[in-house]
Ligand binder design. Structure first.
Ligand code: GLA
Length: 389
């Protein structure tokens, strides 16, 4: 559904539920990471794009003092957030993404008024497409509309990231919140996670598209594996004598091999090689060199599967099917995207072949994984925006 349609639908659901129209509407997109996986918390580079899937929130001044009431139009569930003091964690679980952002803004001295809010999201949950970052960035954007505050996009992303750390318990990097806040239509975003400098990389050649293939295996980053990978990277950096793996080279790593356990060695090898691949891929995208970009995507997948051990058999199967379809069938490259352990793959494909490729992947996946995949293609979308104020 197009963003404007989604916003209009939410507006009417809001009226039905709260018996009055909303005064403010804000939206923030999910993302797909094209390449640069598990590099953000190592000060490396990432190359994500915002997708045409959004969290949208509508609000009006609240009917009950000291409370923000949030109605989730999909689950038909209401969260009541007490704002008479510092906002704390609470139920339902999804409300923590909003609570964390409200708490972050309170800490900056912003006084948040009582609100009635309705929300909807078309970002698949647990699919590795940053449904939580979309909610966080959407909350911050809605509160900008409500309070008239204008946040610097970097600040906004950092407040959203802190919400994820403190209220959702996931020690994520900065990629998801940055791209949701700063995405630009028709562009990928090359983000240097150390300096936080960004470069927009045009991706508007009509002859190629990015196809997202959801394995429908739910991933849970809170489960501890994500935090373990982070700790292993920190250990590698310490043993290599660098402040982060961004500063290590493949040669440094090779020389230090005897001092690292085989697992920590492999984790570091993934990160160091992935940072390099990401920079090469950004050049390939700038030059519309789809063959090279696609090969780097396959190489990224191999490294995530073998060295970083964050893939799963369903993600591997999708990549295998993509390879079978191959260049002749219109697939340039394919890889798992996001934190891993389930979720989605992203494939770079020839536009004219999208239908055929989607059909073949869906059929093969169903036959070989005995479950169904969900596929969609997306043009690079714009980042968070206020739609009504
Ligand atoms: C999750 C995190 C991101 C990033 C990716 C892996 O999406 O939220 O910060 O670390 O995993 O690249």
């Amino acid at each position: 559904m197009k963003l404007q349609e989604l916003a209009s639908k939410l507006e009417s659901d809001f009226k039905l539920h709260f018996q009055r129209p909303p005064q403010w509407i804000a939206a923030a997109p999910g993302r797909v990471n094209v390449i640069g996986e598990h590099t953000d918390y190592n000060d490396g580079f990432v190359l994500p794009m915002a997708i045409e899937r959004y969290a949208v929130m509508a609000a009006c001044p609240g009917a009950s003092n000291g409370e923000i009431r949030v109605f989730d139009t999909h689950f038909k569930e209401t969260a009541i957030i007490n704002i008479s003091g510092p906002v704390t964690r609470g139920e339902p679980k999804w409300s923590n993404y909003l609570r964390g952002v409200i708490a972050g803004l309170q800490r900056r001295g912003l006084s948040i008024p009582a609100l009635d809010v309705a929300m909807v999201s078309t970002v698949p949950l647990g699919g590795g497409l940053s449904s939580s970052a979309a909610l966080e960035v959407c909350t911050a954007t809605l509160l900008e509309a409500v309070t008239g505050l204008s946040l610097d996009p970097v600040d906004k992303a950092l407040i959203a990231q802190a919400a994820e750390h403190e209220f959702a318990g996931v020690p994520c990097g900065i990629m998801d919140q940055f791209i949701s806040a700063m995405g630009r239509e028709g562009h990928l975003l090359l983000l240097d996670c150390r300096s936080r400098r960004t470069e927009l990389v045009p991706m508007n050649d009509p002859s190629v598209e990015l196809l997202v293939i959801n394995t429908n295996v739910k991933h849970e980053l809170g489960s501890g594996e994500y935090a373990r990978r982070r700790a292993e990277c920190e250990e590698a950096a310490r043993l290599l004598g660098v402040s982060s793996l961004r500063d290590a080279t493949a040669d440094n790593l090779e020389h230090a091999r005897s001092r690292l356990s085989p697992v920590v060695f492999s984790r570091a090898r993934h990160v160091i090689s992935e940072i390099e691949r990401t920079l090469h891929a950004a050049s390939a995208f700038r030059e519309s060199n789809w063959i090279t970009a696609g090969q780097l995507m396959y190489a990224s997948h191999d490294s995530l599967r073998d060295d970083y051990a964050v893939s799963c058999k369903e993600l591997d199967l999708v990549v295998e099917i993509a390879l079978e379809i191959g260049l002749t069938g219109g697939v340039y490259g394919c890889r798992m995207t996001g934190g891993g352990f389930g979720g989605c793959c992203v494939a770079l494909v020839r536009t004219g072949s999208v239908e055929d490729i989607s059909k073949r992947i869906a059929e093969q996946y169903q036959a070989r994984a005995d479950r169904s995949a969900t596929l969609f293609s997306s043009r690079p979308a714009a980042g968070a925006a206020i739609l009504k104020r």
